[in-house]
Design a binder for this molecule. Sequence first.
Ligand code: CU
Length: 338
Amino acid sequence: MQVIIVETHCNASLQNQVINMKNKISYQFILAVLFLGVICFLESPLQAYEEIDVQDGATIKGKVILKGPIPEPRVFSLVSYPTGSFCKKISDGEGRVLLEEFYVGAGGGLQDAVVSVQKVQKGKPFPRIHPKWVVEDCMFHPVEATFDEKYVLDKDGQRHHEHPLVTVVEDHQAIVVQNLDPVVHNTQVYQNEKGNIILNVPLPPPPAPGAQNGGGMLHFGKGKRTFQMICGAHEFMQSYGFVVDNPYYFKTKKDGDFNIDRLPPGTYKITAWYPHLQPVEKEVTVTANGTVNLDFEFDATQVHRPAYESQAQFRIRPEAHPEDHLMHHQPFRQRPPS
Ligand SMILES: [Cu+2]
């Protein structure tokens, strides 16, 4: 009997343990699934956007204008940076890189402004954005930039870099940066608050032509919509970006014009953004198949750049530069008189 009792006790204990284990496993499994579900929900870039068939979409179009005197380019002395003798390719001939940041076309049209519709819950298809930059002659260029957007040919047929160009990205997405230069660069991505770095990857010289050699994931803080990309070795290598969460956005070309179509009828907040300026926001109501004309105006006198980035003259005079840095092959384009 004792044996039977013991066996019964053991069996019962085992059964209880098995049941407890099953309960534990089920409990842990459910917790894990819930945890993963929450993570996936939080990570999903499209959590708040639903693609639908838009039959009677509206159009918002207009122009982004920069009013007032075009801000002066920023000045960086090549003597202050490593591999400056390579980066002299983009110098102004006096050992400096002039970083132009405002390209204004006919009628004051501002290039590279991002116009976007906020908080759109559903609408036209949202093609995935795969942001990629190339580094060429000590500059970041969005890979989709055309030759005309990247370069200007002078009267001698010499090509000069345009700069900067803004890139549109999504949150929680990978970016790729490809270094085409024979020198080491570095990609640092900052949120709009300086010092808050969200990506930092080295960019060694390419091991083979066309090879991808840098990049990573971008995860922005809550409510953060803009970023600045800087090379850790060459501060004058800068680019900017804007985060979108729906397909209703437009990055302006040299004319400053934008056109956003197939927007479901409703009332929306429309934002125009450009680096160094406070965004401009307007509210519009669009009706089925309607068109709304909307212009945005930025005031050039309100451009805010950190003091150390806004100097018109660098502290090291050209005659103090090593002779090597004074040479140049492709002087940076000087802004034509307007
Ligand atoms: Cu660099």
